[in-house]
Every structure is written in C-alpha cells, then in structure tokens.
Design a protein around this ligand. Sequence first.
Ligand code: ATP
Ligand code: MG
Length: 414
Amino acid sequence: MRVSKLFTKTSKTAPADEVAKNAQLLIRAGYIHKEMAGVYDYLPLGKIVLNKIIDIIREEMNAIGGNELSLTALQQKDAWEASGRWNDQVMDVWFKTKLASGSELGLAPTHEEPLTKLMKSFISSYKDLPVYPYQFQIKFRNELRSKSGLMRGREFWMKDLYSFSRTQEEHDQFYETISLAYDRVYDRLGLGDITYKTFASGGSFAKYSHEFQTLSPVGEDKIYVHEAKKIAINEEVYNDEVLADLGVTRDELTERTAVEVGNIFTLGTKFSDALDLNYTDEDGTSKRVVMGSYGIGPSRVMGLIAEHFSDDKGLVWPENVAPFRVYLVRIGGEQAVAHADALYDELSAKGIEVLYDDRDERPGAKFADAELMGIPYRVTVSDRLIEAGQYEFTPRTGGETTLLTRDELLDKLN
Ligand code: ATP
Ligand code: MG
C-alpha cells in the first residue's frame, strides 16, 4: 500500500473528551475515528489490525472444530422472554427499538437465546452432537460507563462460540480443549506472558468459569496472580475454599489489576431448559443438550494491545497484528523514487506487507508517522544511501538503526 493511496490521516492531537490512552493513540495514528463515547469507526488501518486479530482467533477456533456462522443483530423478544433476559433489570445493557408496526426489537448484546432457539431446527438426535458454532459479530451494550476507548465499547466486536454437547463429560472435554486454544490465541497476539487463566464464579452449573485476564494498569478487574502456576483468582471468588481447591496459599499470590480479554463458561442446561432444546439419545430417551459459551473481545484486545505496546512516540504493534510489516521511507529525487518503487514492488512480490511513504513530505514527518503508526520495521531509501549501496533499517521496538546491504535487508525480512 502506498501512503498516497491510503485513506487516513495522522494528527498531533486526539479529541479533547477522549481520556483513554488506547483511543487517543489509535485516533492520532489514523486507525479509528470517534463517533461518541464508546462508539468508534474503524478506518482502513484499524480494520486491517482488527482483521488480523480476528484471523488468529478464527484459525484457532476452526482448528478445534468450530463452525463459523453469522447471526442477526436484530432480536425478537420471545426467546429472551423464555430465559428471563428480556427484562431490563436482568439484562441491564439492552438497546431496544421498535419495528414500524410497533413490535419491540432488541439489538443483541450476546447470542445464547437466539442460537439455542435456532438449534431446535438442527438438533434432534445424538448424531447431531456435539457442535460448535461461532461468529464474529458486533454486539450492542448500553454500558453505564464507557471511558476505556476500544476496551469498553457500546458497540464492539465479539467472537462468541457456543458448544452443544450430549453429556457433561463431553462438555468438560471440549471446555479443556478450548481453554488450550485460548492460550494459543493470546500467545499469538503477543499477550501470552501477561495473560492469566483466572478462576471466576461459575453460575449454577459449574463451580468455576474461567476468564482470560491480561495485566494492565488500566484494568477494571482485580485478580490474585500465582506466577509459578500461571493462574489467577478473580477477587469475586477469592476466599479460603477456592485457595484450598487450587492448592495455593495467600502469600504466594500477588494482587494485580487486569482486563478480561476472554472467558469460557459452562452453561449446563440453563438455556436448553428455557428454550426446550433436546435430543434423542442412542437408547431412545429424550435429553437436554449441555451447553457452554466462550467469548473473546477482538475490539477490546486491539485497544489493550495499543495501550500496552506503545511509547511516547506512538504505537508499537507486535508483528502478528501490525497492519504492515515494513514502513518504507523514501527521501530524495528521481533516483530515490525509482529505487524505492522497485524495492516496494520486489518486497510486495515476496508477500512482505509494505506501507510505502511515497509522499513529498519532509523526512522528519515521514519518520514521525512511521513511529506513530507503530509499523515494526522502518526501511529508508535516500540518494545518499543509494550511492553507498545501503538501506537504513530501524526496528520500532527501540533497536538501533543499522545500515544493511540489499541482500542483508532481504535476509532480515524473509
Ligand atoms: P466485562 O465484565 O468486562 O463487562 P463481560 O463479562 O460483560 O465483560 P462477556 O459478556 O463475557 O463480557 O463478553 C465476552 C468478551 O467480550 C469479554 O471477555 C470481553 O473481551 C468482550 N467485551 C465485553 N464487553 C465489552 C465491551 N463493552 N467492549 C469491548 N469488549 C467487550
Ligand atoms: Mg459486561
């Protein structure tokens, strides 16, 4: 992509009312645009990053048998009335609206009810189970406070997978499988070292649920971390009984603030009871389907990564989610243009994602944009460097600038 063709604009300032560092940086670097508190547009750069996060999650969900689908955001109330969650006291984040005919609709804050209802048309026999549908979908939640940028949106992306199993045992097996898949997701997102599988309250069908909590000074959750075991306990269940269950003692734990980037939850028959979702087992008897739900917030993850991997110059994307791998800076006249054009074509042909700053801007402005946008490697082509047969190579993560020959550069990037 050439910067001259990329629809975006960096800026020295963010909106005055924006208090979250992640949103300030992402707005200034031209990744997102703010509509109102908790509601952001993804500009082309932001959409590339969001898609990269989504692609990592999708690969890991497909690898454990997930089936991607896409459910509607518009919700009729019947399924939600059956579960009791149409009530605004029970589900306090609803956005509701009306059809022209006057009947009430809601904008889905999550999808347990409609999917359970839909499954009644597809599950009848034990042969139809287990099944693991999932989606990436914009959820709507009328959050009371939305001051954390992408980390707490009123409109945000969620990956939600739901498991439908024959038995508790079959459910438990999948629960372990997806827990491991989540570990791989956070590793690949560059968050593995600071993300802890955290014991949290389990609802009526399991003693615990598990949250994946990423350490962050701006986190809204308090957790107690056990470094050696790489687990944590949410303060909501931090008590002697849980400590005993996990075989840990208070003095081994450190209190930290963290952001919930995902969770896995045993639903049991809560929704299959409410919506009457059954299957006929091998012995001919009718049984309730055993369910689970498993969320990850790609928008929140993007905000968290932006916030965590940044410095006073701007964003510092981990390579796996960076919108481009190389920021190619061109300084100089005709010779530099021809040389940089050729290098851009060559790297692009090799499948290396290059953002080519082909504007007639001052070098300082190009360098500042490269840093603000957080592209992992900056490569500079200039008349002086061409004479010397060299390229400047600067990693965004604070490494020194080195001078490389063409072969050395290609080696580094391959
Ligand atoms: P929280 O306690 O932070 O409000 P939650 O328990 O409501 O989270 P879930 O309903 O389980 O979250 O949603 C699944 C995932 O979606 C969460 O783990 C989180 O990553 C993401 N998520 C939830 N609410 C938001 C939001 N308002 N903005 C962005 N991401 C969100
Ligand atoms: Mg919530």
